[in-house]
Design a protein around this ligand. Structure first.
Ligand code: GTP
Ligand code: MG
Length: 365
């Protein structure tokens, strides 16, 4: 290595260290109420006092590295590691565990799935919605009794937004043969479809990065994982977890783990925003219905009618498809649509003209 190369490496190393210190500092001091990642004004008029913790659920096949990822994140942020891998050859996590990351953030570590069946979809939804509580066993008695359902007694409780997960991470192992044989594709699609309706936008974390030796292997793993979990490449991350065998501190690992946490926090906040807005709309509607009055403020329907007249939109089919999709996602106000526009617009049936017009109108607001 010549001198130029070695000093370039030094500079890169220093930059990485500086970035790590900055990101770690921001995350250690993260406080949803005092300084959320989204603009604080977005929450104006919404009561979020009940959200005491941001909860992030980890979901994925058995032995994909969920518990190890919790431990990795705890180490990366500078906390004492309380989560440890269970070792290979036997099933690891069985009880649902809420793991400390920092004062306002918890990771929910779950029981990995061994097979792909419909009950797993229900189980994931029960966990995410908070109907299975930390410390409870993730019961799979339907394995013995096909009539049984997961969650049993817990299914009758309806937890509040403060109790449920606010973001979801799918954890898959790079080079897992089950990713390429299609076993999990249907199950992830079903879970994701249900989660999306509830307002979640899951990300994917691919573990075992240390076993991907070349960029091509990495790309291949990313494509495979995306095809299975349905997460786009921007929402797919890699990590080489700390394990008993690989326990040496690494700035690169710490930085990767913290950057994942950072982007997931933003999604969690957007989820809270959308759900709180929905709750408020429902409450407003109830009040209005009782008072027998029309709604004040502009609903999405009124907004579209106004724009249709203003811009002389003629493509009724496209507009109707867009309205239908927004109704399906239960987005009913202009404010909500505007807040999550950047995240969802690529998934909406939009013509270039409608997209441009909407963005122009959002800018004006
Ligand atoms: N090389 C390598 N090994 C890993 C990585 N992540 C996890 N492991 C190993 O994979 C095995 C399973 O890890 P766990 O963290 O227990 O997996 P899990 O998803 O929590 O498993 P369940 O709780 O059974 O669903 C352990 O032997 C870990 O040491 C990684 O990034 N690289
Ligand atoms: Mg585990």
């Amino acid at each position: 290595m010549d001198l130029g190369q070695s000093s370039r490496k030094e500079i890169e190393k220093r930059r990485e260290e500086e970035r790590l210190i900055k990101v770690r500092n921001e995350l250690v001091n993260y406080d949803f109420h005092a300084g959320p990642r989204v603009m604080k004004e977005s929450f104006r008029g919404l009561d979020v006092d009940d959200i005491d913790l941001i909860r992030i659920a980890l979901i994925g096949p058995a032995a994909s590295g969920k518990t190890s990822f919790v431990g990795t994140l705890q180490r990366a942020i500078g906390e004492t590691q309380s989560s440890f891998e269970q070792g290979t050859g036997r099933e690891g996590t069985i009880l649902l565990e809420e793991c400390y990351v920092q004062k306002g953030i918890r990771l929910i570590d779950t029981r990995g799935f061994l097979e792909a069946n419909e009950e797993i979809v229900d189980e994931c939804l029960e966990i995410v919605s908070g109907r299975i509580r930390p410390g409870e066993e993730i019961s799979r008695d339907y394995d013995d009794n096909k009539e049984g359902k997961p969650g049993n007694s817990a299914a009758t409780r309806t937890p509040s937004l403060a109790r449920c997960a606010h973001a979801v991470i799918f954890v898959v192992k790079a080079n897992d043969p089950c990713l390429s044989d299609g076993k999990y594709r249907k199950i992830f699609r079903a879970i994701k479809g249900n989660l999306r309706q509830d307002g979640y936008a899951p990300v994917t974390v691919i573990t075992f990065l240390d076993e991907l030796k070349t960029e091509e292997h990495k790309e291949e793993a990313s494509d495979l994982a995306s095809a299975v979990t349905g997460s786009s490449s921007e929402r797919t991350y890699f990590i080489a977890n700390y394990t008993h065998e690989n326990a040496k501190q690494s700035n690169e690992v710490d930085l990767l783990a913290l950057e994942i946490l950072d982007s997931v926090l933003l999604l969690a906040e957007k989820f809270i925003l959308v759900r709180k807005q929905r709750e408020k709309n429902e409450m407003d509607r109830e009040v209005m219905a009782k008072a027998g009055a029309f709604s004040f403020g502009e609903s999405l329907e009124q907004f579209f009618t106004r724009l249709k007249n203003k811009y002389h939109w003629t493509d009724q089919g496209r507009l109707e498809a867009l309205r239908k999709e927004l109704r399906r996602r239960r987005i009913t106000t202009v404010r909500t649509l505007r807040a999550i526009w950047d995240d969802i617009n690529s998934e909406l049936p939009l013509s270039i003209g409608i997209k441009k017009t909407l963005e122009k109108e959002f800018k004006r607001m």
